[in-house]
Design a protein around this ligand. Structure first.
Ligand code: PEP
Ligand code: MN
Length: 337
């Protein structure tokens, strides 16, 4: 249930409604917009009379929420949620680009790649130190050494750091180096991991699972938000369909759909979405035109020899060209880059 207060409601009236919700056994999600306050009731309250809320002073409307997720739903938070990382604001006017190699491989590799992506306009260096590989025989990442190299390369080029955490035991270490913590597609429903990420004070980039519906993805985001961390970036990275011509099927439609359902920023990852470097730019352009708040792109200074996901990894020149194209497309859809 959500209670929408009148624009003229006083703080005292808002507090009265909150008290009533607490008496009924709800947790309260309060959203104070420029115009009015919206109070979301979270939790299970078997015996309560919704109509009673309509009669309370200052209440304009009481609406039943039909989605199973609440805290990450647009009805609880009608305005877009802005997720800040120092001077970067996700979900605002600017479309932000996270770029880097699938894996941190060496000091030289990460520095050269960081330099190239920063020069082209990326704002976040994204690379894996702990790698979720489909095969146990693939490169598994450099661990803490990788995190340190990633941080140093990002700092040297004025970038923020985004990197993946695969297990609750890694959270403490990863958050010492990262500005944004990624949950990979394979871990989207690792509910222990999601719950523990609810306790950190850094944004979580939550990838959509390979076979997850949008509702399941939002329910995973709800776990993080319900555990205390509302700073979530949703990342569409392609889904498994019957199609075999591409690595995954980049679900561009998920971008506008998710933005209607949730106020959280949506980042598109066309690298994993389509899986072939020559086609990644087309999907990136489409994602931005469809309303993505940011892009996650795999780039490597020597892409042909990347230790992970080489086939989908952009050459620095391709990345530069794409960024130049985005500087034309992004303003045409009312955003900045
Ligand atoms: C990655 O981001 O490099 C990655 C492994 O992605 P996903 O979890 O989407 O497969
Ligand atoms: Mn990858």
């Amino acid at each position: 249930m959500i209670v929408i207060m009148k624009p003229t409601a006083t703080e005292r009236e808002v507090e009265k409604v909150i008290e009533r919700m607490m008496d009924d056994g709800f947790d309260i999600h309060r959203s104070t917009g420029a115009e009015r306050t919206v109070l979301g009731a979270v939790g299970v309250a078997p015996d309560f009379d919704r109509d009673q809320y309509r009669l309370l002073p200052g209440v304009e409307e009481v609406v039943r929420v039909s989605t199973p997720y609440k805290r990450v739903s647009r009805s609880f938070h009608p305005d877009d949620l802005l997720i800040r990382v120092d001077d970067l604001v996700f979900g605002g006017d600017e479309v932000l680009v996270l770029a880097g190699p699938g894996s941190v491989e060496s000091e030289e590799q990460i520095h050269r790649t960081a330099e190239a992506v920063a020069k082209a306009g990326a704002r976040v260096l994204r690379g894996g130190a702990f790698r979720p590989r489909s095969s146990p025989y693939s490169f598994q990442g450099l661990g803490e050494t990788g995190l340190r190299l990633l941080r140093e390369a990002a700092d040297a080029h004025g970038l923020k750091v985004c990197t993946e955490v695969m297990d609750p035991s890694q959270i403490e270490m990863v958050t010492r180096y990262a500005d944004i913590v990624q949950v990979g597609a394979r871990n989207m429903q690792n509910l222990v991991l999601l719950t523990e990420l609810g306790a950190i004070d850094k944004p979580v980039l939550l990838k959509r699972g390979l076979a997850a519906t949008i509702q399941e993805w939002l329910l995973s985001a709800e776990y993080i938000a319900d555990a205390g961390n509302p700073r979530i970036l949703l990342c569409e990275r392609g889904i498994r369909t019957f199609e075999t011509a591409t690595r995954h099927t980049m679900d561009i439609s998920a971008i506008p759909v998710t933005k209607v359902l949730s106020p959280l920023p949506v980042i598109a990852d066309p690298s994993h979405g389509i899986g072939m470097r020559d086609m990644v730019p087309a999907m990136a352009r489409a994602a931005v035109a469809a309303g993505a708040d940011g892009l996650l792109l795999e780039v490597h200074h020597d892409a042909d020899h990347a230790l992970s996901d080489a086939a989908q990894t952009l050459y620095p020149e391709q990345f530069q060209r794409l960024m130049d194209e985005l500087r034309i497309i992004v303003p045409a859809v009312g955003r900045e880059i």
